[in-house]
Design a protein around this ligand. Structure first.
Ligand code: 5GP
Length: 188
């Protein structure tokens, strides 16, 4: 019998225009229709990630906008639970202002997130004010420390996704430190 999760995932896929990449990803999951566990990876965040890699459609734009709706309501994000260690993470670097931990869904051999421990209104880079200059500098310097610790100082990329059109999915400012493979330009 098809579980509710399977049906939800199928509906999710239906709702979005499936590109070759998404279809291929699902087809390689063995027993998709029989075992819902094979599509458990399609959490909202993960699905959004797939969508943002795909060509833009109105549905995709709507999904990205949906993630931004509660951006500034002051509610804690998943990163608050990581900072408080309520949710475990693989910490790469930490000081009194900054935390760096491995991304749960890496897109490169090295993929570390660098975040401020105190959000202080920085849900996204676009909310930065002059008073944030010091922490912004500290985050960038922490990215360099992470790159050195991870052995990618010779070549790495720092990315900040800002807002729905950049596919930001967590509204607590974060830098992605990416490396360990050849990067290409322009980014998708
Ligand atoms: P954004 O899409 O907002 O630029 O990036 C958010 C990142 O947070 C994503 O790359 C996503 O994989 C990562 N992420 C979301 N939830 C968790 C989590 O619980 N733990 C870790 N380590 N990373 C997470």
């Amino acid at each position: 019998m098809i579980s509710q999760k399977s049906m939800a995932a199928a509906a999710l896929l239906r709702n979005y225009t499936t590109t070759g990449r998404i279809v291929a990803g699902v087809r390689t999951s063995p027993g998709l229709s029989a075992h819902h566990s094979s599509i458990n990876f399609l959490t909202a965040n993960r699905a959004r990630r797939y969508l943002c890699r795909a060509s833009a459609t109105h549905d995709e734009e709507a999904a990205a906008k949906a993630a931004a709706i509660n951006a500034d309501n002051g509610a804690p994000t998943i990163f608050d639970k990581i900072i408080s260690k309520e949710i475990p993470s693989a910490i790469v670097y930490e000081d009194d202002k900054v935390l760096a931990f491995k991304d749960i869904n890496p897109v490169a051999p090295v993929h570390v997130l660098v975040i401020p421990k105190f959000r202080d209104g920085l849900t996204q880079l676009g909310k930065a004010e002059q008073r944030h200059g010091e922490i912004l500098g500290q985050l960038l310097y922490a990215a360099r420390i992470v790159a050195e610790k991870e052995g990618i100082l010779e070549g790495f990329r720092v990315v900040i996704n800002n807002g729905p059109s950049a596919c930001q999915s967590v509204y607590h400012l974060h830098l992605h430190v990416l490396g360990g493979r050849q990067m290409h330009w322009p980014p998708g």
